[in-house]
Design a protein around this ligand. Structure first.
Ligand SMILES: *[C@@H]1O[C@H](CO)[C@@H](O)[C@H](O)[C@H]1NC(C)=O
Length: 263
């Protein structure tokens, strides 16, 4: 009897151990899953060159230089979430409109801008981005892949999807010797950031505060030190550490590439 219960107890402990190992490995590999398809509407802004989409409210600057290209979208403030939705990715398909192109089932776009409310227009007649509407103001080239631009506005089905990014996270530096402002770009997986920290080679981890769009800041003297970053995904809560992203002679105005990314 004693031997049997001992065995049971060991096998019980072993299953607990296996369960925790499984839980830990699942947590660290929690890839972002697509959401369900939902109904919304889409318009477009700018022209075929997409020049008006540059310098948007996420702070990505020139979208050709930073790799986002023309397949981008401005989100209504309900979706934009004060900038925390910067970098998130969506599949958008034109839905039951005479203007839909059947040949392209959907387009995948990245959120790079805010579509601000315009309270002098009714939410159902021009004020498409007014809260609480979920609305996509696409670049004109992106819109033109799913529908005739003459439509102006189309009903769409959309879903959040993982962002497919080539290469690692990118950190674009602004600020000065005592204030580091970092724009995080090329974020894979859920594409969004909840929180981040910076660590100089001579400091501990320093919490950074959200500034605007996809930028985070630290008020600290970090000059002459190599810099590492720790980030938490907004949607999956996954943590990632990008060690020694910038060398000790880092400078503002430059973009540093990590060899890690969310998935
Ligand atoms: C808001 O809507 C009004 C009325 O249509 C228009 O005149 C104005 O230019 C719009 N404002 C912005 C910032 O687009």
């Amino acid at each position: 009897m004693a031997a049997a219960s001992l065995d049971q107890s060991w096998s019980f402990r072993f299953s607990l151990l296996m369960a925790s190992i499984l839980a830990i490995s699942c947590k660290s590999s929690a890839a972002f899953q697509p959401s369900v398809w939902q109904l919304a509407h889409a318009t477009f802004y700018g022209d075929e060159t997409a020049s008006e989409t540059m310098g948007g409210a996420c702070g990505y600057g020139n979208l050709f230089a930073t790799g986002y290209g023309t397949e981008t979208v401005a989100l209504s403030s309900t979706l934009f979430n004060n900038g925390y939705a910067c970098g998130t990715c969506y599949q958008i398909k034109c839905f039951q409109s005479q203007w839909c192109y059947g040949s392209v089932p959907y387009i995948t776009v990245t959120a790079t801008n805010l579509c601000p409310p315009n309270w002098s227009q009714d939410s159902n007649a021009g004020g498409w981005c007014n809260p609480p509407r979920t609305h996509f103001d696409m670049s004109k080239p992106a819109f033109m892949k799913v529908a005739d631009w003459k439509a102006g506005i189309i009903p769409v089905m959309y879903r959040r999807v993982p962002c497919q990014r080539a290469g690692g996270l990118q950190f674009s530096f602004q600020g000065n010797g005592y204030w580091l402002l970092v724009y995080v770009m090329n974020v894979g997986g859920a594409g969004d950031i909840a929180q981040m920290w910076v660590k100089g080679s001579k400091t501990d981890w320093i919490s950074m505060s959200h500034n605007w769009g996809a930028s985070y800041q630290a008020f600290a003297a970090l000059g002459g030190q190599s810099l590492s970053f720790r980030l938490i995904s907004y949607s999956t809560r996954e943590t990632i550490i990008a060690w020694d992203v910038a060398p000790a002679n880092w400078n503002v105005g430059l973009t540093y590439k990590a060899n890690v990314n969310f998935h």
